[in-house]
Design a binder for this molecule. Structure first.
Ligand SMILES: Nc1nc2c(c(=O)[nH]1)N[C@H]1C(S)=C(S)[C@@H](COP(=O)(O)O)O[C@H]1N2
Ligand SMILES: [Mo]
Length: 328
């Protein structure tokens, strides 16, 4: 008797890279043929298909520019090049729209008009903000940060947004507030989830931080990237960015921020606690149960997917900012 074992959602993590590489390498190969003048007459259709997908991708990224754009000099560069915009916008994790890296097109269903973020819980000044309020109320700036996914790939991304601590100052948490819970948009009619069998997932996607982590200089809300408003696939119109933690801590498309007394349940930790802990600080010496975290595939140059292997740094290179939060 043969038992077909259905992979669990978290086992699909990390498996993405191989098929993707094949796909891109094939495109790269065809391109080389075209450039060499060999394939042009043989494969005109391939050329057409590629350009319509490419057009759709570029449209999804071609959002209003944020200007004037103040660049924070403390975060104006890192020791690696910024990842190609088209590549970052077409290699995503956003499980509400599917279980592969290629969700950018499906994520265009996300309804971002009249977006509201409710800030509530143990605060003196609860408030609901729309995107305009956020842009007017908070000091918007660009910060170039390293980005490290728990699946051992990484990028460098030019986020635009504001420090989380400026939101703390605006809403004034009470002394009872010890943690913050962030909730992503979820509507089973709109989001469709991964296409393979998953069982019940703990939707909506939620994440959490200790309030001291949220108050740290690095903790950031992004409302833009690459000089423009945030594309849907990156978690429009507002998502979290905590660059010293694995990427899954950065909840996308946030609708609610709640100041609470006790550590909130979070999506991945609820699903697989022994693989995804609440703290989730980037740590090269602590392997994931199924793979090493000592190195990473640094993805930067387009158009096809390729990477350089780099050593992973403790706290993703941000120890000088955050290590003191964890020295007990
Ligand atoms: N709501 C929501 N937020 C999410 C995820 C998700 O599936 N749903 N995936 C996380 C993971 S695992 C990563 S690596 C990053 C990917 O962000 P990017 O696609 O903008 O690079 O988003 C994080 N935030
Ligand atoms: Mo991730």
């Amino acid at each position: 008797m043969t038992l077909i074992r259905i992979p669990k959602i978290w086992e699909s993590l990390e498996n993405e890279i191989t098929p993707e590489t094949h796909y891109y390498n094939r495109r790269q190969f065809l391109k080389t043929l075209v450039n060499a003048g060999i394939g042009a007459s043989l494969i005109p259709l391939v050329g057409c298909q590629k350009s319509s997908a490419q057009n759709a991708l570029e449209n999804s990224l071609n959002l209003p520019k944020i200007s004037p754009l103040r660049k924070n000099p403390a975060f104006s560069k890192v020791d690696r090049p910024i990842t190609d915009e088209n590549l970052a916008g077409s290699y995503n994790n956003f499980y509400e729209y599917g279980g592969t890296k290629k969700i950018w097109l499906k994520a265009q269903k996300l309804p971002t008009e009249n977006w509201k973020v409710e800030v509530t819980g143990l605060v003196k000044n609860p408030r609901t903000y729309d995107l305009d309020d956020l842009k007017k109320t908070f000091p918007i700036e660009e910060r170039i940060y390293r980005f490290r996914c728990v699946e051992a790939w990484s990028m460098v991304l030019p986020w635009i947004g504001f420090p989380m601590k400026s939101l703390i100052e605006a809403v004034e948490p009470t002394s009872a507030a010890k943690f913050v819970r962030f909730t992503s948009f979820y509507d089973s009619e709109v989001t469709q989830g991964p296409s393979f069998h998953l069982g019940a997932l703990p939707w909506p996607y939620t994440e959490g931080l200790r309030i001291e982590e949220m108050a740290n200089e690095l903790a950031f809300f992004a409302i833009g990237i690459y000089g423009r408003d945030l594309p849907k696939q990156h978690g429009a119109p507002i998502r979290m960015v905590t660059p010293w933690k694995y990427g899954f801590k950065g909840a996308k498309s946030i609708v609610k921020i709640e100041f609470v007394e006790t550590q909130p349940a979070t999506f991945w930790n609820t699903l697989v606690a022994n693989e995804y802990d609440f703290e989730a600080n980037v740590n090269p010496t602590k392997p994931h149960p199924r793979w090493s975290q000592a190195t990473e595939k640094f993805i930067s140059k387009g158009p096809g997917l390729s990477w350089d292997i780099k050593e992973t740094l403790p706290y993703n290179g941000y120890g000088e900012y955050v290590a003191s939060l964890y020295s007990t």
